[in-house]
Design a protein around this ligand. Structure first.
Ligand code: AMP
Length: 493
């Protein structure tokens, strides 16, 4: 394993690298309302990122770009803004970020002029070798304008010696590693790419004569587009002259989508592998109920993340489902706040106990996941303060013991509660009467997958198992930033 030198560490710090992004991407071809449709698509994908949003359009001659901080509805609902984004082709991006720089220049889509013409790039995911690539590019004289790993992709495309843009893109994706879903626009060609394992999601839709790429199907519903199919793992799909063409440049591998899309990310009405995220989550709740060992008066979800699982849980046990917590919908996702201090504040801002429904009750509290334990700790206390007799916490996914490097914002191993504490210690920490997580077997059963049966797809489930499809080779410090070799190859294919 290559040792990381002090010099490199310093260099990385100075980049203030922003490696963690869980974003939403969208693109549409051949439509006079391309940018308005993109704004609507991004609005449906708002849950994937609320920090900033942007749209790049192409009008047959020129590209246009608008990037803003904040929500899509606050920025792209105005006619004035959309008028600046003329053209029949558009791509868009919702940005989520955790720590580091929050500047306009990091908001996507990125745009560059190459010797084959302009190209706009919108990226959801995280490259696991971007630092290595970036260092090489900088050594070769490249000048980076942002601290995002996505810019590395733009540089690699621009640097490719191939003539056609599609070939330049293929050149570039052979060099990058990690989890990525890319939507790109070059002249009148719309392109969608998914990483070799299909870790990050990307689907294709059709609206009359227009093709659509989007992170989730809920963005197809909002514009009345029909779902066609997923972009397959390792597939480059491009829409040229209104025709869908496909290239699969990588060796064939089994698709391994990220399990956290099923557990938390995707909007409940989005369809993943044939079923809605809501159905999967309800089934997680049912399996959790089967594994549960206590009786209670009421089942209370942590809204909204625990709603679907709590419905499945209560229906299976025939117990009353109660809204014991009321959510203020005008506050974004808790994790959106960058520091731990603000995050803790966020929970208070977001939720309040519904005293009349919980007083004197023995409660089973359901959430989708437990990461640092901040949410559970606050809520358990809130419920006891409001007069609950007993609070038993049930989590509708297994213990998260390993951090993510493919675009999901998980903290370092040090901060992951289940990586450092036993079940009893976590239970003590969050102040609950009892605590149980869904087993890994229960999770797969709930999804209709049988881990023992090789014909079923395996998911990217390293959060619970430590099984990383793209292996980290070098690590920096406490896992927060990975320094991964260019030569790292995926193993479990
Ligand atoms: P924590 O409070 O750190 O234990 O985090 C658990 C809560 O955060 C749950 O309510 C989840 O719904 C939510 N959550 C889990 N993972 C993420 C993530 N990657 N980004 C944003 N929220 C998350």
């Amino acid at each position: 394993m290559k040792k990381i030198t002090k010099k490199l560490k310093k260099k990385l710090k100075s980049y203030n690298l922003k490696l963690k992004e869980e974003c939403g991407v969208f693109g549409v071809s051949n439509n006079t309302d391309a940018s308005a449709l993109t704004a609507l698509g991004l609005h449906a994908l708002q849950h994937r990122g609320q920090e900033g949003c942007g749209i790049v359009s192409f009008d047959g001659k020129k590209y246009h770009s608008e990037k803003r901080f904040g929500l899509v509805g606050d920025n792209f609902s105005k006619e004035k803004v959309l008028k600046n984004l003329s053209g029949n082709y558009a791509i868009g991006h919702n940005r989520y970020s955790t720590t580091g720089e929050n500047t306009l220049r990091n908001i996507q889509p990125f745009f560059a002029d190459t010797n084959a013409g302009g190209i706009g790039v919108a990226h959801n995911g995280n490259l696991t070798n971007s630092i290595t690539l970036r260092n090489k590019l900088v050594e070769d004289g490249a000048i980076f304008h942002t601290t995002s790993d996505t810019e590395t992709i733009v540089h690699l495309i621009a640097k490719s010696k191939r003539n056609k843009t599609i070939d330049k893109i293929i050149d570039a994706i052979f060099q990058i590693q990690g989890g990525y879903a890319l939507v790109m626009l070059t002249q009148n060609i719309l392109i969608g790419v998914r990483d070799p394992f299909g870790i990050r999601p990307l689907v294709i839709g059709k609206l009359k004569d227009s093709y659509v790429f989007t992170s989730e199907t809920c963005a197809l519903d909002i514009i009345g587009a029909k779902f066609i199919r997923d972009v397959e793992n390792g597939e480059v799909v491009f829409i040229e002259n209104n025709e869908l063409k496909s290239i699969k440049p990588f060796p064939l591998r089994k698709v391994r989508p990220c399990v956290f899309e099923y557990i938390y990310f995707a909007r409940p009405d989005s369809i993943l592998n044939g079923k809605s995220a809501y159905e999967y989550r309800k089934n997680f709740g049912i399996e959790l109920a089967k594994e549960n060992n206590i009786d209670a008066d009421i089942i209370v979800p942590v809204p909204d993340s625990g709603n679907s699982a709590a419905i499945g849980f209560s229906q299976h046990l025939g117990k009353n489902f109660e809204l014991g917590l009321i959510r203020n919908h005008y506050v974004g996702r808790t994790f959106i706040e960058p520091s731990q201090k603000i995050r803790s504040l966020g929970v208070k801002l977001k939720l309040n106990a519904n005293k009349s429904s919980i007083k004197g009750k023995k409660i089973i509290l359901i959430d989708d996941s437990l990461v640092r334990g901040t949410t559970s700790y606050k809520i358990v206390k809130m419920l006891y303060d409001a007069g609950a007799k007993e609070v038993h916490v049930r989590i509708a996914c297994p213990e998260i013991r390993y951090p993510d490097f493919y675009g999901v914002d998980t903290p370092t191993k040090k901060e992951l509660l289940a990586a450092n504490k036993t079940n009893d210690e976590i239970c003590d920490y969050i102040g609950a009467k009892s605590l149980k997580f869904l087993s890994i077997e229960g999770m797969y059963k709930a999804m209709g997958f049988d881990k023992r049966n090789e014909t079923y797809p395996q998911l990217t489930d390293h959060y619970f198992t430590g099984d990383y499809p793209v292996k980290p080779i070098d690590k920096l410090g406490d896992d927060k930033i990975t320094q991964l070799s260019l030569l790292s190859t995926a193993s479990n294919n």
